[in-house]
Design a protein around this ligand. Structure first.
Ligand code: ZN
Length: 182
């Protein structure tokens, strides 16, 4: 299992895999991981995906689903955020774009702290871009949300380093465009 090789009319062999594994393959051939044989790509979008390359090969495990690092838990209390996978406390529920929006919604609805995020028309539809825009304007709460997210993500990335000793961890996806706030 793992890869499905499909022959098509043009005679070109193609392989189907998930987005994070495809991103890792792309980085290895064309991108930041050229020349590397051991690295991890973390995709930060609506979820947290990962593609793990060890000794130059994508890691698939026995059933093709290895490397779902987004579903490693950051909160083991049993009261963590519900993740799309059904578990509670996965890093995906915190460090994805969706997770950033959830953090913002929690702060706006459970505190009275002044923040530009209160100007968002419908708090139920707040996005990570709204948080980014507020942070760019110097909003302290929005900056704190990015700090909090980065702190949690950093903890898990440290775990991944212990696990596979990569040459690099490459962050990929829309959330990485947030960059650095002054
Ligand atoms: Zn999960």
């Amino acid at each position: 299992m793992k890869n499905y090789a499909i022959g098509i009319d043009m005679g070109i062999k193609c392989t189907i895999t998930n987005d994070a594994n495809a991103a890792a393959q792309g980085e290895m051939i064309y991108g930041s991981a050229r020349g590397m044989k051991n690295f991890i790509v973390i995709t930060l979008g609506t979820g947290v995906g990962s593609g793990i390359v060890i000794d130059g090969k994508l890691l698939y495990g026995h059933d093709g689903f290895a490397g779902e690092l987004g579903h490693c838990k950051i909160d083991h209390s049993g009261n963590g955020r519900l993740c799309g996978c059904g578990q509670k406390g996965c890093i995906e529920a915190y460090a994805s774009a969706t997770g950033v929006a959830r953090t913002a919604k929690e702060i706006v609805t459970s505190t009275t702290r002044p923040t530009l995020l209160r100007n968002v028309a419908d708090i139920n539809h707040i996005t990570s871009k709204d948080v980014f825009d507020a942070a760019e304007k110097g909003d302290l709460v929005a900056k704190e949300i990015f700090d909090y997210t980065g702190h949690l993500l950093g903890q898990k990335l440290a775990d991944y380093v212990h696990f596979s000793s990569p040459e690099a961890i490459i962050l990929f996806g829309g959330l990485t465009k947030a960059g650095v706030f002054s």
